[in-house]
Design a protein around this ligand. Sequence first.
Ligand SMILES: [Zn+2]
Length: 174
Amino acid sequence: MPSGKTHDRITLWGLPLVLTAAFYLTLDITLTVIVCISFLVGGFMMGPDLDIHSVQYRRWGPLRWIWLPYQKTIKHRSQLSHGPVIGTVLRVLYLGLWIALFGLVAIELLTLLGAVQLTWADLRSTVQVSAMTYFSEWMAPIVGLELGALSHYVSDHIGSQLKKQRRKRQRRRK
Ligand SMILES: [Zn+2]
């Protein structure tokens, strides 16, 4: 299994490829930038190894504790963290829950202080309208995050295949 440093290097080496593919497919600079940034975030911070005390986990700094329940629930390298698509979807939903929770507390506090007057209906309709108007901009980060995680799954897989082959060769030699 490649180390955190190797995963970082693979992410960086993958960036020109992702940039070219994203621009070729979208012909849109904004979408390309969103995909590239999310690809880097997917590789460096939102990757599958958040299921252990990894470099990715440590990069969350003072907020890293939010991933502790995730680590407790999900076994390292299980399909739920290291499975294509499902891994990213679960992490995005999980982080979404925390963002919703923080948002909820912030809105309640601001309303209490009289700083804003925001109702849940206002908030829901704003999110709905922006999701419909900016559908591609909402999808681009998901695609980028998945590509970042994908580079991880693939290198993990290649790493374990190489290890298996090496072990076989050593056994044959004995
Ligand atoms: Zn891994």
